[in-house]
Design a binder for this molecule. Structure first.
Ligand code: AMP
Ligand code: GLY
Length: 420
C-alpha cells in the first residue's frame, strides 16, 4: 500500500514509525513532516487543511490510504473530500469531528446518550453567563465552545477568575471559538485518557495513557500541549475502562450513527476518575500528542492494520495483541516554552542513540540545516522508551534524554511520578 500521513509533529513521527514496520506498507509519504520523519519516510510540502490539494496529491501519488494526524484538517472536512474522491482515509468527517470542534455539541451528545459528564450550561451572551457563575459559585470551569489551540479552558478556583474569563471570551480573545461559552461543574478526581478506534459502528480500545500538561515539575506552572506521557494509565483499571467503554464511548458512537454522522477514526476520551467512576471531560477526534508516541511504541506495526480495519469498517473482526509492557515519553522543549522561545538552536548527540523496538526519539519540531538538526518549535523531541515495567521504561527514556546535547532545551525530570 502507498500511505500518506498528514501532519508534522511527534505524533505523526510515531505513526510513521509504526506504519513503516508493517510489511503492507510499500511507500510512505508524510506531509509536511519534519527532520526526524525525513529519516524514515518521504516528506512532501502540502497545505493539509486544503481538501482539494490533499485529494490531488493523493491521486497524483497513487495513495491507497490516508491517516490524518491533527484535528484542524478533520474539522476542515479533509477526510470528507478524500472519501468523496474514493480515497480510503482514517479520520472522521467534519460533522463527526464536532465532538472535538464544539464543546456544546459534545455536551448535547452526552445528554442524548446518557454519558456521565459534568453538569453544564451554555451561553451566547455575557450577562446571563455571569449570573450563572454568581449563582453556582467557584470552583467552576469556563470553556470557549470552539477549537482554541488548547487554550480555551479556564479552570477557575474563584468566581472572579471565571467572570474575567467570560469577558475575555466574549471580548474575542479566542476569536470565533469564543462566540459561545460552556460553563461546567468542576470535577475532582484523577485524569486519564482512553483511546478507542471506531469504524462508525464497532469500537476497539487501543490503550490508555496519562500526560503531564503543566510545564513544571510536580505538575506546576503554565499549561502546555503536554510535557510527557506514559501508557498504560494505572488509574484506568480494566473495570473502569469497561465502564468508560459501556457508559461513555459506546453510547456516543451509537448516537453519532443514529444522527447519520457516524464516527470513524480514533476517539480520544479525556476522563475524570473518582471513586471508581469515570466521567467524560472532553473528546478529541485524533490521537493525543504526546500520548500517541507511547501508544505506537506499545502497538508497533499492528497499529497500521487496526487503523486500516477502522477505515474499512472491519473493526469487528480485529483485536489487539497486547504485550505486558509499558512506555513512557519525555518531551524536550525549547527554553521559554510555552512562552516565547528561540528557534534554530542546534541539537547534538542524537546519532549515538539506540532506535529500536524499545527506544525511539520522535521529532516534534525540528529541521535539518547545514547537516545539523535544529529546533524549530516549542516542543521539539519526544524521547520515548518501552520496558517491562514503567520504571524500566522511565529509566531508559531518561538515559537517552541525558545523552542529548541541547543547551537550548529543557525537560521535566518527573514524568510518570504519579504512577510510580
Ligand atoms: P480540555 O481542553 O477540555 O481537555 O480541558 C483542559 C483541562 O482542563 C482538562 O484536561 C482538565 O484538566 C481541565 N478540565 C476541563 N473540564 C474540567 C471540569 N469540568 N472539571 C475539572 N477540570 C476540568
Ligand atoms: N496531549 C494532549 C492533546 O493532544 O490534546
Amino acid at each position: 500500500m502507498n500511505i500518506l500521513i498528514l501532519g508534522s509533529g511527534g505524533r505523526e513521527h510515531s505513526l510513521a514509525w509504526a506504519v513503516m514496520q508493517n510489511p503492507k506498507c510499500d511507500r510512505l509519504i508524510v506531509a509536511p513532516g519534519n527532520a526526524g520523519i525525513a529519516q524514515i519516510a518521504e516528506c512532501a510540502a502540502l497545505d493539509i487543511e486544503n481538501g482539494g490539494a490533499v485529494v490531488s496529491f493523493a491521486e497524483e501519488n497513487a495513495i491507497d490510504f490516508v491517516i490524518v494526524g491533527p484535528e484542524a484538517p478533520l474539522a476542515a472536512g479533509v477526510a470528507d473530500r478524500l472519501r468523496e474522491a474514493g480515497v480510503l482515509v482514517f479520520g472522521p468527517s467534519a460533522a463527526a469531528a464536532r465532538l472535538e470542534a464544539s464543546k456544546s455539541f459534545t455536551k448535547e451528545i452526552c445528554d442524548a446518550s446518557g454519558a456521565p459528564t459534568a453538569a453544564y450550561a451554555r451561553f451566547t451572551e455575557a450577562e446571563p453567563a455571569k449570573d450563572y457563575i454568581r449563582a453556582q459559585g467557584a470552583p467552576i470551569v469556563v470553556k470557549a465552545d470552539g477549537l482554541a489551540a488548547g487554550k480555551g479552558v479556564i479552570v477557575a478556583m474563584d468566581a472572579q477568575t471565571a467572570l474575567d474569563a467570560i469577558d475575555d471570551m466574549f471580548g474575542g480573545a479566542f476569536g470565533g471559538a469564543g462566540a459561545e461559552v460552556v460553563i461546567e461543574e468542576f470535577m475532582e478526581g484523577e485524569e486519564a485518557s482512553l483511546f478507542v478506534l471506531c469504524d462508525g459502528e464497532d469500537i476497539l480500545s487501543i490503550g490508555t495513557a496519562q500526560d503531564h500538561k503543566r510545564v513544571g515539575e510536580g505538575d506546576t506552572g503554565l499549561n502546555t500541549g503536554g510535557m510527557g506521557a506514559y501508557s498504560p494509565a494505572p488509574v484506568l483499571s480494566a473495570e473502569i475502562e469497561a465502564l468508560a467503554m459501556d457508559q461513555i464511548v459506546r453510547p456516543t458512537v451509537a448516537e453519532m450513527k443514529r444522527r447519520g454522522t457516524p464516527f470513524q477514526g480514533v476517539l480520544y476520551a479525556g476522563l475524570m476518575i473518582r471513586d471508581g467512576q469515570p466521567r467524560l471531560v472532553e473528546y478529541n477526534v485524533r490521537f493525543g500528542d504526546p500520548e500517541c508516541q507511547v501508544l505506537m511504541m506499545r502497538l508497533g506495526a499492528q497499529a497500521m492494520d487496526l487503523m486500516h480495519a477502522a477505515a474499512e469498517g472491519r473493526l469487528g473482526e480485529t483485536r489487539v495483541n497486547w504485550a505486558d509492557d509499558h512506555a513512557l515519553t519525555v518531551v524536550m522543549a525549547a527554553k521559554g516554552y510555552p512562552g516565547p522561545y528561540e528557534k534554530g538552536s542546534v541539537i547534538e548527540g542524537l546519532e549515538g542513540l539506540a532506535e529500536d523496538s524499545r527506544n525511539m526519539v520522535f521529532h516534534a519540531g525540528t529541521k535539518a540545516a547545514d547537516g545539523k538538526i535544529q529546533a524549530t518549535g516549542g516542543r521539539v523531541l519526544n524521547v520515548t522508551a518501552r520496558g517491562d515495567t514503567l520504571q524500566d521504561a522511565r529509566d531508559r527514556a531518561y538515559a537517552a534524554v541525558e545523552a542529548v546535547d541541547w543547551p537550548g532545551g529543557f525537560y521535566r525530570r518527573d514524568i510518570g511520578w504519579r504512577a510510580l
